[in-house]
Ligand binder design. Structure first.
Ligand SMILES: Nc1ncnc2c1ncn2[C@@H]1O[C@H](COP(=O)(O)OP(=O)(O)OP(=O)(O)O)[C@@H](O)[C@H]1O
Length: 941
């Protein structure tokens, strides 16, 4: 289908450049060669496996455009011309075969590239062959629009080439993506099974406390599976319904996780006999933790298609994509290599059980933790102290003084925007307690292993004070020994490189214990009682759900325990997979509930709370935008505004503005059955920037961090960096960087394809549209922030667009042509209720105001009206205009979004970095073209 119009082409001088043409993998402009008219024009550079053809930078690629007159009359070919190319002038037309890369110089010189071919007659049946060639100088997508003006027809062809370099080429994947994952949720009916052989317990000591099962009550399960809302969720949260309320939310979450885990079930698979009496099973995706399985988990298997009683197989070892299992002996004896099995994975309930227990026991610790009343107003006597850290400012010192003066609950809160020294204040308070109060026993909890290590690191930087034997870093056995910084190993307890909880007598000797929230329950199992810890510090407390926060609190809070929470509700919140549970309260952190529901916190009574606003981390230019967008411009930049000259090597366009947007049109892809996205072109660009920065040795690799929202992009960038041996350079997700900082942060945004149709322009940016993730990502850099991404995609999200314009307005944009400023969207809603600044809460945008205020959640109806009210864009020049809209079902989209970078049981299984849930949107979009609005319409309508 070509485009036919009665209008004339625009005059040459008016023609716009191709700014951006998008495509989708499986349907392209490639089928436009069968035109209705008498002239047939072929499309150059057909897609390969649904993707643009890959070419190497510096090499010439050429393909033909054949113009055939199929009529019985001669037709006049008025012109064939390159209407526009991106990058500019990257394509040429010619009447002869362009010289190949190894052709001699003379042939190359003799080659005459044109931008247009004019005036000739095509006889009936005659075919004219014209060559379109491109020699990319840069990596990224190269596009060209070719116009053929023949007889009465005007026909358009669009060419795509993706220019790779050696780094991106090495990341190329020829494994096509398929959504197929296991048996897609097929329920494996088995109420009982033949028990398997458990691995030997990793704990040498018998736990004094046995964690109850907390089986899901049948009636609650039925209710939730029938999509009915349990009554308790409509009640106001109180001391009497606290355990029931949160248990119900946990059940909803657990059922969701079970379903998710079932989608990995497999049918008709084989197992292999391995040494030491194991059977091994290949589980594709295991390396990416899809599913997340660790030693001690189990699967259930039976002969394929049978209804036999199934067998339980415990996982004794996990290696790459294989698990090593032990079933009952009878299963092993009956096994033949040719046997086929149906396999069901089970969700690891351990962390859920810890949380059920925590909410049940929370009722025992009384209302001062759960519902700190205003009637029992407290007046804390600030304790004077001599700061150990000479840098701490007045507000931080006040907070420490108050913490030292606290006697028992309610909790004390330190909250404030990124980089305002919350962790530093906690560290000062801990060190003051340690050095001045020999009775003090401190427990510090963090949301992930990396966050817990970060606190250990900060404490150790004052190591002249702390005796190493007084401090202990508790690790779960599932944590890999090699994952721990060798400097920290002496603070851990392990046997044969397996981490353990030390025996009670050793535990009692430590003055400072650092753990993740979840694994702190092991201390209780080991015998530590309530009241042992005089102080409990909960860092990044806004990142965890209330039941998670209750794990250490309900286990260890005695009457006199001082509890201190630090966090920022505008940064990443709790990980919740079930949308309903998320909305009903599981997505609200305990810290947020205190700030929201209790006046003494809400009004920032200094007896309960300190708010920090001085930012010491970021260059003022890095800070300005997040301060404006999320903190009512209240943030005070305390870092100097010098930009080190060592950054000149990357050619900062504005030398005093260290926020650089590097625009690149790459290709977002997925491979195998892994739903996470990657973009090899961006990966290569990131590596290139890193190599330029570190070339002279003035910038250390440890000073650089790479943040990208997609797990697979993390893998690809790490792989690309392996070649250049940069082990100290951290590449991770936003979640893994929360609480952390680097001199230089490079963000790779990955997404490069937008899907939408005429009526529904809701964007498919997935993880990028979470404002909290955005806020965390852009506030990690101290001196230089570089964003590598496709500006045409990024601009579709309100916040990323602001960042893009912020860079452009300050002359700090490099790369492909910028999209025109988007029509100012009136955002009455966001991509979902969690996706707006603090659902139910928001920082007040009035600088004079206090900061927080209650807000209301715009309804989704408002959002739809808003979008459908937008004037229709000009679609008729789209090559697939008129194509049948393809509707993706909610389920498909949920599957896609839900799997993006979140794995059920990930935290439960490996106690590792928390990840935020994907928030699901419903999209309707056509196959074929993406951003149809960006195809130049001039001349064709
Ligand atoms: N009073 C201060 N003077 C100088 N530097 C400070 C001060 N307070 C904090 N910093 C520095 O600011 C940076 C951020 O501090 P910190 O990590 O404690 O902030 P945070 O509020 O916990 O950040 P986030 O919200 O991102 O977790 C660190 O480099 C820290 O050393």
């Amino acid at each position: 289908m070509g485009y036919h119009s009665d209008e004339e082409f625009s005059v040459a001088g008016d023609k716009p450049e191709v700014e951006f043409i998008d495509y989708q993998n499986d349907n392209t402009c490639q089928d436009y060669q069968s035109d209705d008219g008498p002239v047939v024009v072929t499309s150059p550079f057909p897609f390969e496996n649904g993707k643009p053809k890959s070419v190497l930078v510096g090499e010439t690629s050429a393909d033909t455009i054949c113009i055939e007159n199929t009529s019985s009359e001669p037709v006049n070919l008025w012109s064939v011309r390159i209407f526009s190319s991106n990058p500019e002038d990257s394509y040429l037309l010619s009447m002869m075969t362009p010289p190949t890369n190894d052709a001699d110089e003379e042939a190359k010189k003799a080659f005459l590239g044109l931008t247009s071919v004019e005036d000739r007659t095509l006889q009936p049946g005659q075919t004219l062959t014209i060559w379109l060639s491109c020699m990319p100088k840069e990596i990224g997508l190269h596009t060209s629009i070719v116009h053929v003006d023949i007889g009465d027809e005007k026909i358009e062809r669009v060419a795509f080439l993706l220019a790779d370099d050696n780094v991106s080429k090495a990341l190329f994947s020829d494994k096509p993506y398929s959504r197929g994952r296991g048996t897609q949720g097929k329920k494996f009916e088995c109420s009982t099974f033949v028990p398997g052989t458990r691995p030997v317990r990793q704990h040498t000591q018998g736990f004094k406390y046995k964690l109850p099962q907390y089986a899901i009550p049948v009636e609650v399960r039925e209710l939730i599976e029938c999509k009915q809302r349990p009554d308790v969720l409509s009640e106001e949260l109180s001391m009497t319904n606290y355990a029931k309320f949160f248990s119900t939310l946990l059940v909803m979450e657990e059922i969701n996780l079970e379903e998710e885990m079932r989608t990995y079930n497999m049918e008709g698979v084989s197992m292999r006999r391995r040494g030491n009496g194991f059977l091994s099973l290949e589980v594709l995706g295991l390396a990416e933790k899809r599913p997340s399985l660790v030693n001690g988990d189990y699967i259930v298997a039976r002969h394929a298609g049978s209804n036999d009683r199934p067998y339980q197989g415990f996982i004794h070892k996990v290696e790459a994509d294989e698990i090593f299992l032990k079933f009952d002996d009878s299963f092993h004896n009956a096994h033949h290599e040719r046997n086929k099995y149906d396999v069901s994975f089970t969700y690891n309930r351990l962390n859920m059980r810890r949380q059920y227990k925590s909410v049940h026991e929370a009722e025992l610790i009384g209302p001062d933790i759960l519902f700190p009343s205003q009637s029992r107003y407290r007046s804390v006597k600030k304790v004077p102290f001599k700061p150990l850290n000479p840098d701490i400012n007045t507000e931080q010192a006040d907070a420490v003084g108050m913490i030292l003066g606290c006697r028992g609950v309610p909790p004390y809160l330190i909250y404030g925007p990124p980089g305002t020294g919350k962790t530093m204040t906690l560290v000062e308070a801990i060190l003051q307690l340690y050095s001045s109060n020999r009775r003090a026993n401190v427990l510090i909890c963090a949301a992930s292993n990396s966050a817990a290590d970060h606190i250990l690191e900060k404490l150790l930087s004052a190591s002249y004070l702390i005796r190493p034997s007084d401090i202990f870093r508790l690790n779960a056995p599932s944590r890999q020994y090699d994952d721990v910084n060798p400097d920290f190993i002496r603070f851990c307890f392990f046997e044969d490189t397996v981490f353990k909880c030390p025996p009670m007598r050793a535990l009692m000797r430590y003055k400072i214990v650092i753990s993740t929230y979840m694994y702190s329950s092991t201390l209780q199992a080991e015998g530590i009682r309530r009241g042992h810890f005089t102080h409990i510090f909960l860092d990044e407390a806004s990142q965890i759900s209330e039941p998670e926060a209750m794990v250490p609190m309900s286990a260890f809070c005695g009457r006199d325990t001082v509890v201190v929470l630090a966090g920022d509700p505008m940064q990443l919140g709790p990980v919740v997979f079930c949308k309903q549970a998320d909305q009903d309260g599981l997505g609200t952190s305990y810290l947020q509930r205190l700030l929201c529901d209790f006046e003494q916190y809400h009004l920032e009574d200094p007896n309960y709370v300190t708010k920090l606003l001085r930012n010491y981390r970021c260059h003022p230019a890095i800070l300005e935008l997040p301060s404006q967008l999320f903190y009512g411009s209240e943030l005070i930049a305390c870092k100097g505004d010098e930009v080190p000259s060592v950054y000149d090597c990357i050619g900062l366009p504005n030398k005093s503005f260290p926020v650089l947007f590097v625009g690149i049109q790459g290709c977002d892809e997925r491979e195998g059955n892994n739903p996470s996205w990657f973009n090899r072109i961006e990966a290569s660009k990131v590596v290139n920037i890193i190599r330029t920065l570190t070339r002279d040795g003035e910038v250390r690799e440890a000073d650089i961090g790479v943040i990208t929202p997609y797990r697979q992009q993390v893998v690809k960038i790490k792989r690309a960096l392996e070649t250049f041996e940069m082990p100290d350079l951290r590449v991770g997700s936003v979640e893994q960087f929360q609480g952390q900082e680097r001199e230089i942060i490079i963000i790779s945004t990955v997404r490069s394809t937008v899907k939408h149709n005429e009526n529904d322009k809701i964007f498919n940016l997935g993880f990028l549209t979470n404002y909290r993730r955005f806020n965390v990502a852009i506030t990690r850099a101290k001196s230089l922030l570089i964003i590598v991404g496709n500006p045409h995609i990024i601009t579709k999200d309100r916040y990323w667009d602001k960042l893009l314009r912020y860079c452009a307005d300050n002359g700090s944009y490099q790369g492909c042509p910028l999209p025109p400023p988007e029509e100012e969207f009136r955002y009455s809603g966001y991509s979902d209720t969690r996706d707006q600044p603090a659902a139910g809460w928001e920082y007040n945008q009035e600088p004079s105001d206090r900061g927080f205020r209650h807000g209301s959640t715009p309804s989704s109806t408002e959002k739809v009206l808003e979008w459908s009210d937008r004037p229709d864009e000009d679609y008729h020049s789209a090559p697939n205009a008129g194509a049948e809209p393809q509707e993706e079902t909610l389920q498909q989209v949920e599957e896609e979004a839900g799997q993006d970078d979140v794995q059920p049981g990930q935290n439960s299984a490996n106690d590792d970095g928390a990840v935020d849930a994907a928030y699901v949107q419903k999209y309707t979009f056509p196959p074929g073209w993406g951003d149809v609005s960006s195809i130049p319409a001039t001349g064709w309508d």
